[in-house]
Design a protein around this ligand. Structure first.
Ligand code: F6R
Length: 353
């Protein structure tokens, strides 16, 4: 039931603060110790020499963020693969691979095909899914819940943030983030709420920048490049505005020739290491006429940025940076008079290959 909300997507965007709290409540005890991840799971992962995250669409994008946590905190080399590609062109694997399937529905046929293949080869697998008791959770050796609650809108929002959160928690259980993850996640929940409370700002940004546009861009570097992919998918899949998301350093290798007078270029700027370079790239597209819209974290924000994202640990900034993009996609679609929850040609769960 969407209650007072006009669309499920908006309801699900709003639920993300509560989802973050529920996930922390499930995976941390009162003293801040991790719970709910069986030793069998951590033992199996620790016995592996490499993680292979396999997923599709938005879940694949969540995996790109998770990779950072597994590598940086748990020190396990991690590859992220598109299920439909892996299924028919299996890359060379390490000696002791461990597979992680990420899925909202747990029914995605492309991911199921990969799971079948790797099981036949005798490799261990864990599914992180929102729908428990789904095919991918039943058929993997292990399964952990993503706990986003039912997601009805075709465009995935809260399942993405939930998948990022659960991967962070799993990586923390295998290693050490070097900060108090539970406390920082509590802050993340508060700040997600603060951003979703700013709906009018994003409605205005979307209407001003996107109402009559046929194309748009999202750029970022590092984790922001991964969020840019998700931000672009969100915008294009429901508004039908052709949107490219990519690593900002690639602009000069081709894409910049697409920039025209008024082309909207959204920049996600939350990673300090590359903030200077990204500012340069924003200036380059602006000089070619782009309408630049910068969403920057508090510590990196400058005068003229469209929105300042509250500051949390940089590695957790994707959880905040994606929210404006979800809201911009929602309001741009609304402004174009389209059905936000049911974009053409798409189904919620993709059970064909
Ligand atoms: C986009 C979206 C899709 C799904 C993809 C995988 O908003 O929802 O890209 O993420 O079809 O689905 P799951 O996560 O159910 O395996």
């Amino acid at each position: 039931d969407k209650g007072a909300y006009p669309y499920y997507m908006l309801k699900e965007i709003d639920e993300q603060a509560v989802v973050a709290r529920n996930i922390a409540g499930h995976y941390f005890d009162e003293d801040g110790n991790l719970q709910g991840i069986p030793c069998a799971v951590t033992d199996a992962i620790e016995a592996a020499d490499r993680l292979y995250i396999v997923a599709a669409g938005t879940s694949y994008h969540a995996g790109l963020i998770g990779k950072r946590y597994f590598e940086q905190w748990a020190k396990i080399p991690t590859e992220v693969h598109i299920a439909s590609e892996f299924a028919y062109d299996q890359p060379m694997l390490s000696e002791k691979p461990f597979f992680i399937f990420l899925s909202q529905s747990g029914e995605t046929a492309d991911s199921r095909e990969v799971l079948d293949n790797v099981k036949k080869q005798g490799y261990p697998a864990l599914t992180l899914a929102n729908v428990m008791n789904s095919t991918l959770t039943r058929e993997a050796d292990f399964a952990l819940p993503v706990l986003a609650g039912p997601e009805i809108a075709v465009a995935s929002t809260k399942a993405y943030t939930a998948q990022v959160l659960v991967q962070a928690i799993l990586a923390a259980s295998l290693g050490n983030p070097g900060f108090d993850l539970k406390a920082e996640l509590a802050k993340v929940a508060v700040e997600i709420q603060a951003i979703t409370d700013e709906k009018e700002s994003f409605k205005k940004i979307a209407e001003d920048a996107l109402k009559d546009q046929h194309s748009a861009f999202y750029i970022g570097r590092g984790l922001d490049a991964a969020v840019a992919l998700e931000a672009a998918l969100k915008l294009k899949e429901i508004s039908y505005i052709q949107t490219e998301g990519f690593a900002a350093g690639e602009l000069k290798h081709g894409t910049i020739s697409l920039i025209e007078e008024g082309t909207p270029v959204f920049a996600l700027l939350t990673q300090s290491k590359t903030a200077g370079l990204l500012r340069g790239e924003v200036a380059q597209v602006a000089a070619r006429g782009a309408n630049t819209i910068v969403f920057a974290s508090e510590e990196l924000a400058k005068e003229g940025d469209a929105f300042v994202l509250p500051q949390v640990n940089e590695l957790l900034m994707p959880l905040l940076a994606v929210i404006p993009a979800q809201l911009v996609a929602y309001y741009a679609t609304l402004a174009r008079g389209l059905d936000v929850d049911r974009p053409r040609n798409l189904a919620k769960s993709v059970t064909v290959q």
